[in-house]
Write a protein that binds this ligand. Structure first.
Ligand code: 0A1
Ligand code: ZN
Length: 876
């Protein structure tokens, strides 16, 4: 069957609109049955526009009930409206006001784009192309206008009426109705528009900006949830202060509102002055939220707040430039988290996320550059490449320019582009102008897909005391990009001497070295260091200075030496990960480790655990054995996930067996009866304790410990960890723990999500049948994105060996579910389908089973553009 449309949009076709929208007045009349939207758009032609040029406005599924220009109704012949928009054939060749009226049915909007209802609350989502589902408009990010919004609604159903900007009026409208008027003085693109009308509770606070202005803060939520919003409020105030300190950015309106809703396609949205959040990223209390939840809430509150400058005050010219706002804002939220907590632990966390989600995207059929140059469905480009790789590219810029140089460039960016919709080229230019540096090679990071592979070899000549280091870069072809250009790769490094201390050198030749930074700017660079007293071990890509894969001639002994001695905590962690990954990968290919290798790794883990200079959060990361998915990707092709999973289990058992008692003692010693706090110290201890539990359950059969922890846990972090660990190892106790968890928290949808996630990760052969039953249950909320993602998203993304089953049952289950979900919510469906990108790296029989499932999906259903595009790219 056909997909909706296969039209491709190209960056090269960008052209400004022939008409500008000068100002916008919206009038919403919200009733149970429908919502009437009247728009008054002041519009004028640009200087370059020829008289007679049609005005083409976007619209999606709207039906026009009246239309007028400057108060006079339009004759039928002078406009045409269809499902995709409204064309005014010969608009006046001067400024005029276009008035339209449409009626919406938010109740039946299951796509959750435009105006919809979530648990009774009217709310909106307009990025990227949702505004056209509310009114006819030039719905693209380079059309900026000030908005005034009037809304009238039943007082009883919607006592709270919110929109962007500052509130300027409110009052009674008779007949049980009331109204509010909001005005946003900052010109903005329509994707930043928002409206909320509902019966909501709230908590309030205030923030005094650096120049002494008062900002009223509020977080709105379902009644009864107010007490769970304080962590979000605290995070907001810290974000506001941090942006002033670190980037000199002050908030610009009198109010800042956050609203938590239960049905949301993404994490949250940075609408000007009115951020709308998925409620899972607002609500937190120790009994129902984990440390990871607390951390995500803080990060996403910060992320959306930071968008006020990087995204809202300066926005994107077109959607190809999405990473202009997203990569930069993720970089800013990562820096915020680093400054607020532990920098190395945050860095490891972010890199782990990059490696488990972005590297597979960049190395598979869905690879695209951070700044793509074509798309069919823009919603499919809210990807980890745009967000997380985009952040890495900004981080490299900061590494190359240094903290002060980077800040100078950012200051110039805000000064030069405030109020504009701009491009990646303009972003790079500010750093060139501020630093005087040529960044023409650097910009390739934005334009080219694929993870570079850097190969390292070294040699030492004792007689001449010279050390030679060769770094070579290659990038494998990605879809549509057969030839790759060499990138400018910053390699932060150090040399470590035999006693574990840093080594110096007298001189270096053969390439550019700036302090502790090697600039790898050619396909290959060979550096010769002179005056090196002993053979060093190189520590490269410190703090993960570039998003690359590294293969080196360092052996296990060198890596474990780094794990003990490197002054860079990231590389200490990374060395341990590399050793485990290599051992598992080799064993999966039939070459099991030697006793000596296992012993040396075990000893390094034991010593790391015992090291008093390392904190608990770091130790938790250091003792974690890479997952099946991670090792499978390291192998890269013809992967048999069952073999990888078996090898991994074997390694964990081998490592843990001889030290199980010692680990159990440490585990027991970490119990604390201090009242729960999400702070870094406590969260770190819990992470370490749960890391030990993971080793003991999967490596020493200690399911009993998981059961006991589950039963005695005083907070959700420990209770969830115990259940999830038991489920992942499918211990004897696991089914009972899952059962208890489900009933204990019945009625709490966000905790139900945790149960769905843990259930989907069970490795036993019954898991698919159980998931089918969960989905088929009459009370399963089939339209809620969080529920669907918790079950199916976890199944496809967590490296489950049931998803990649040899008989294809996992693939069929997913493609059948995607076909159903696509009818309700194409964005959620296509995101789940991206899990199938794994196919090309699997061994032939699994690959074929997956292909058949995809072909069946394609031939038996009419698919949305969202799902159609992902499917075609995976099958290509
Ligand atoms: N700009 C938001 C992301 C976002 C994108 C699409 C959405 O709905 C389809 C919602 C939010 C952010 O970066 O947080
Ligand atoms: Zn964002």
């Amino acid at each position: 069957m056909r997909t909706e449309t296969e039209q491709t949009i190209y960056l090269k076709d960008y052209a400004p609109t022939p008409y500008r929208i000068v100002s916008v007045e919206l009038d919403f009349r919200i009733l149970e049955e429908n919502t009437r939207v009247r728009a008054q758009l002041a519009i004028e032609p640009r200087d370059t526009t020829a008289p007679g040029t049609s005005l083409v406005l976007d619209g999606d599924g709207l039906s026009l009930s009246s239309i007028a220009i400057d108060g006079a109704p339009l004759a039928l012949a002078s406009y045409a409206a269809d499902d995709n928009g409204l064309t005014i054939v010969e608009p006046p060749f001067r400024r005029f006001v276009l008035e339209t009226e449409v009626f919406l049915k938010p109740e039946s909007n299951t796509k959750l784009m435009g105006l919809y209802r979530s648990s009774g609350t009217w709310c909106t989502q307009c990025e990227p192309e949702g505004f056209r589902r509310i009114t006819y408009y030039l719905d693209r990010p380079d059309v900026l206008a000030p908005f005034t919004v009037r809304m009238t609604a039943p007082q009883a159903l919607a006592p709270v009426l919110l929109s962007n900007g500052n509130p300027i009026d409110r009052g009674d409208a008779g007949d049980g109705m009331h109204y509010a008027v909001w005005q946003d003085p900052f010109p903005k693109p329509a994707y930043l528009f928002a409206l909320v009308a509902g019966d909501l509770g709230s908590i309030t606070d205030s923030f005094t900006t650096v120049s002494g202005r008062n900002v009223d803060l509020a977080i709105y939520c379902t009644h009864g949830k107010e007490a769970e919003c304080h962590h979000a409020m605290d995070s907001l105030k810290r974000s506001m202060a941090w942006d002033e300190r670190r980037f000199g950015r002050e908030y610009d309106l009198d109010v800042f509102n956050v609203v938590a809703v239960s049905d949301f396609n993404f994490g949250a949205m940075e609408n000007k002055g009115l951020n709308i959040f998925n409620d899972k990223l607002v609500f937190a209390q120790p009994e129902t939220a984990t440390d990871a939840n607390y951390h995500s809430i803080e990060r996403v509150i910060a992320h959306e707040y930071f968008h006020n400058w990087t995204g809202n005050r300066i926005t994107c010219r077109d959607w190809f430039q999405l990473c202009l706002k997203e990569g930069l804002t993720v970089y800013r939220d990562q820096e915020f988290s680093s400054d607020e907590h532990s920098r190395p632990v945050q860095r490891i966390h972010d890199v782990q996320n990059l490696r488990t989600s972005q590297f597979p995207e960049d190395g598979g059929p869905l690879a695209h550059p951070p700044r793509p140059d074509h798309y069919r469905e823009i919603n499919n480009f809210y990807t980890t490449t745009v967000y997380e790789k985009g952040a890495e590219v900004v981080r490299m810029l900061a590494t190359l320019l240094g903290e002060a140089g980077f800040r100078k460039g950012m200051d110039l960016y805000f000064e030069r582009h405030d109020g504009e919709a701009t491009t990646i080229e303009a972003f790079i230019k500010v750093f060139e102008d501020a630093s005087g540096r040529d960044l023409s090679q650097f910009i390739t990071w934005y334009l080219q897909a694929g993870t570079p592979q850097v190969t390292v070899s070294d040699s030492y000549d004792g007689a001449s005391q010279t050390y030679t280091l060769t770094l070579t870069q290659t990038v494998e072809p990605t879809p549509g990009e057969p030839d790759k250009k060499p990138l400018l790769i910053p390699v932060r490094f150090g040399l470590i001497g035999p006693n574990g201390s840093p080594m110096s050198w007298n001189g270096v030749s053969g390439g550019t070295v700036e302090g502790d930074l090697i600039l790898l700017d050619k396909p290959s660079v060979t550096l010769t260091f002179s005056g090196v007293a002993n053979k060093p071990v190189p520590s490269l890509f410190r703090a993960f200075s570039a998003p690359v894969k590294v293969s080196s001639n360092l052996d296990q002994a060198d890596l474990l030496f780094l794990a003990r001695h490197d002054s860079d905590p990231f590389n200490r962690w990374d060395a341990l990960q590399t050793v485990s990954t290599q051992l598992i990968a080799e064993a999966a290919r039939g070459r099991r480790w030697s006793d000596d290798d296992a012993h040396a790794l075990r000893q390094a883990l034991v010593d790391t655990l015992a090291n008093p200079d390392l904190d608990a959060a770091f130790k938790a990361q250091a003792i974690a054995i890479p997952g099946t998915g991670m090792v499978s990707r390291h192998i890269g092709k013809d992967v048999d996930p069952d073999a990888v999973s078996a090898a991994r289990k074997d390694l964990v058992t081998t490592l843990v067996g001889p030290i199980a008692d010692q680990l159990a003692e440490r585990y027991a010693a970490l119990v604390s009866d201090a009242p729960y706090s999400p702070d870094a110290a406590q969260a770190g201890e819990r992470a370490l304790r749960n890391g030990l539990l993971q080793l003991l359950v999967s490596g020493a059969g200690r399911g009993d410990l998981a059961q006991k922890q589950y039963e005695t846990a005083g907070n959700m972090t420990d209770r969830y960890a115990a259940m999830a660990i038991a489920a992942q190892s499918w211990t004897d106790e696991a089914p009972a723990l899952l059962g208890d968890f489900r009933t204990r928290f019945a009625g709490d949808p966000l905790v139900f999500d945790k149960w769905l996630t843990a259930s989907a990760q069970a490795p036993d052969d019954g898991v698919i049948e159980r998931m089918r039953a969960i989905l088929a249950a009459p009370d399963f909320p089939k339209t809620n994105p969080n529920r669907l993602r918790s079950l199916l998203g976890s199944f496809v993304m967590s490296g489950s060996t049931q998803f990649t089953r040899l008989d294809g049952a996992g693939f069929r289950f997913v493609t059948e579910a995607v076909a159903e979900i696509d009818k309700v919510n194409p964005q959620v469906a296509s995101r789940i389908l991206t899990g199938m990108r794994i196919l090309p790296m699997l061994e032939p029989r699994r690959r074929e089973a997956g292909r058949v499932a995809l072909e069946t999906l394609k031939s038996q259903h009419t698919l949305s553009r969202n799902v159609g595009e992902i499917l075609d790219r995976i099958l290509a």
